[in-house]
Design a protein around this ligand. Structure first.
Ligand code: GLA
Length: 399
């Protein structure tokens, strides 16, 4: 899967049509089932999902199509449609691959579905998408969810949305080695056109909130490396869990995750913790409070205030969680000084990837130029920008 930048095959319809053609050429027939799943953008609530907290996110207008046809016997073929790399294995025994890492997302999902019911036959499958890899827009979740929807339909399984999201998450944990939360899969499944998705990762409650009509999101992909799989993400998660255990031992109310700790409590106890753990905990605790304030501001049409929360969120990433990097900071700093920008922050795991910018719709073209120039001036390379539309979630498009 090698999609560079935002440039190639922008429209989802083009991606779908190219995939149908390639599938026919490769397998000599049309697929029985085709599913689509979008990527996601995270707007507020960074690293809160695995701390049982709140997130505001959206499914985006970029995603992945997964096409599959039934095949007799267990032998199965899976093809990455952009590079036409193929992996062969038995549908009832998917094992993690060491060299074709992309296949692990699909194999992991299949393994989760196999636990519900052993597959009665094999398949030929191919997928294609237009989410740039490593951009922090969850190309992996889009692949997990699209393959999950397609396989569930092919094998006649009825799988609920929460269960499907958890199957995708398990694939990340067990087949790709990233101890992620549920945000990416949840957003890809629960997205709604023109709306933000408000998720509560303790109750798994999902609500949608309208975004004002005068604003839109601009994504700026720094093309800097997204180092999730290198363990930085897992290390942050561990720190948060250590922090929660500390608060459980000192507070006089139950704490099962950082969700249960308020900012005032953090201030009271931070000096009794080791410095790094205290800093790491400050981030999700502050983010939970920002999501709740952000919802009120959205409902009151206070987009200026909402944008300010996005800048505060980035500061917290930069100073407390240390999951930003110079490339992301360049864009956020430039955004802060650009007319027409209401807010900006990193989106997703961090350590590279994309910045999401909340922009006055009428000024989006000039904001785009300013941010691109600022980035090129500072780093001598290009950042890709794209207007993002909040979109509907995953669906079956054929079968
Ligand atoms: C990645 C993970 C998510 C979430 C975000 C940070 O996208 O996959 O589960 O933790 O980082 O908010």
């Amino acid at each position: 899967m090698k999609q560079e930048g935002f440039g190639k095959m922008n429209a989802c319809q083009d991606v779908h049509d190219v995939l149908m053609k390639k599938f026919q050429e490769k397998f000599g027939r049309a697929p029985d089932v085709v599913a689509y799943a979008p990527g996601r953008v995270e707007i507020l609530g960074n690293h809160t999902d695995y701390n049982e907290g709140y997130v505001l996110s959206a499914a985006i207008n970029f995603g992945t199509y997964f096409a599959v046809a039934r095949r007799e016997g267990p032998a199965s073929r899976l093809v990455a449609g952009d590079v036409m790399e193929e992996v062969a294995f038995e549908a009832d025994n998917p094992q993690p691959s060491k060299d074709r890492m992309w296949s692990n997302y699909v194999k992991g999902v299949l393994s989760g579905l196999n636990a519900i019911q052993k597959p009665a036959h094999g398949f030929d499958a191919m997928f294609l998408g237009n989410i740039p890899l490593g951009s922090g827009l969850s190309s992996s979740a889009a692949l997990e969810v699209s393959s999950g929807f397609a396989f569930a339909r092919l094998y006649g399984l009825s799988v609920g949305n929460l269960e499907m999201a958890k199957i995708g998450q398990r694939a990340e944990h067990d087949f790709a080695g990233v101890k992620c939360g549920l945000l990416d899969q949840f957003s890809s499944i629960n997205g709604k056109k023109d709306c933000l998705v408000w998720s509560d990762f303790r109750t798994y409650d999902v609500k949608t909130e309208k975004l004002g009509e005068d604003v839109c999101f601009l994504m700026c992909n720094t093309n800097a490396r997204h180092a999730l799989v290198d363990g930085a993400y897992n290390e942050r998660r561990q720190r948060c869990e250590q922090g929660a255990a500390f608060f459980a031992s000192v507070l006089d109310h139950p704490v099962s995750a950082l969700r249960d700790v308020s900012w005032a409590e953090w201030l009271d106890y931070k000096d009794e913790m080791d410095e790094i753990t205290a800093k790491r905990c400050a981030h999700p605790i502050g983010e939970d409070e920002r999501v709740l304030s952000g919802i009120d501001m959205l409902r009151n049409g206070n987009l200026k205030g909402f944008g300010r929360l996005m800048f505060e969120s980035h500061d917290s990433s930069r100073n407390y969680f240390e999951n930003s990097c110079p490339e992301l900071d360049t864009i956020v700093d430039a955004a802060q000084a650009t007319p027409g920008v209401l807010g900006a922050r990193l989106s997703g795991g961090g350590f590279g990837g994309s910045v999401v910018v909340l922009v006055d719709k009428e000024q989006v073209a000039s904001v785009e130029t300013t941010l691109r120039n600022a980035y090129a001036h500072r780093h001598g390379s290009r950042c890709d920008t794209r207007v993002i539309t909040c979109s509907d979630g995953a669906r079956i498009v054929k079968g």
